[in-house]
Design a binder for this molecule. Structure first.
Ligand code: MG
Ligand code: MG
Length: 255
């Protein structure tokens, strides 16, 4: 079932989303060659704590996960696509990093992800990251009243495929509200004009996950969480929590 939020609830979700944006901003500022992923997680924890927010990631355990997620961010480096577990890995020159973060404030959740390079970027990584944001922007632009979920999916998929990239199979965006994952599912590829019609008050996490090598397949790492490309190519992920409103898409996880 899809919950339609009141305008008051959307404002409360905006407050939660702003905390996520602040955490991601702090992580991006902290990330540098030699910094560990665990330090990035601690940076996000501090922002959440100071804002009085709870992490919907910490302790999260979907039925496919062998252990509860142990951190407040996912940190996915290079061939890791999503769900990377922050550990003692030290960032290297030229790494491509994706950080996913959530926050729950006053009972409402925000969910957002950024990708960036550390040190001197490879040109192909810059193109991959730029395309992830371009796909996100296209998805957000399609998130308007009267459109359907398939219009968002189609907009995202078209950008990714036109650039020659793969799209992580079986994962995509989702409704967001009092919990992190709600209906409807928002795939990263699809047919326009299909699926649920978008209404004022719906809130969706839109999140393209691109694979540089062009294939859609993944493998799960030994930690049971991290999804990696099968060909060793790099991946990028960008996400915003977006409210559908009569005035157009409202990005709740912007700074
Ligand atoms: Mg996320
Ligand atoms: Mg999400």
């Amino acid at each position: 079932m899809v919950e339609i939020k009141t305008d008051t609830s959307l404002d409360a979700m905006r407050a939660a989303g702003r905390v996520v944006a602040q955490a991601l901003n702090a992580v991006r500022d902290t990330a540098a060659v030699g910094v560990t992923l665990r330090t990035l997680d601690e940076t996000a924890r501090t922002v959440l704590r100071e804002a009085g927010a709870r992490s919907p990631f910490l302790g999260y355990r979907p039925d496919w996960a062998p252990v509860p997620f142990p951190a407040v961010i996912c940190a996915s480096v290079n061939d890791a696509i999503v769900h990377g577990v922050p550990d003692g890995y030290r960032l290297c020159d030229g790494d491509l990093v994706s950080i996913d973060c959530g926050a729950a404030l006053d009972g409402w959740v925000g969910d957002s992800a950024i990708s960036f390079t550390v040190g001197r970027p490879r040109p192909e990584d810059t193109r991959l990251v730029d395309t992830a944001y371009e796909a996100l922007d296209a998805g957000i632009a399609a998130a308007v009243v009267g459109n359907r979920v398939g219009d968002i999916a189609h907009a995202i998929g078209r950008v990714c495929r036109a650039a020659g990239y793969g799209i992580l199979a079986g994962f995509g965006g989702h409704g967001v509200g009092r919990t992190m994952h709600e209906d409807p599912a928002v795939p990263n590829e699809g047919r326009p004009g299909r699926g649920m019609r978008l209404r004022h008050g719906m809130v969706l996490a839109i999140e393209p996950m691109l694979i540089g090598g062009g294939g859609d397949a993944y493998r799960t790492s030994g930690d049971g969480w991290t999804l990696r490309t099968t060909d060793g190519s790099r991946a990028a992920h960008a996400e915003h929590t977006v409210a559908i409103t009569d005035a157009g898409p409202r990005i709740l996880t912007a700074l």
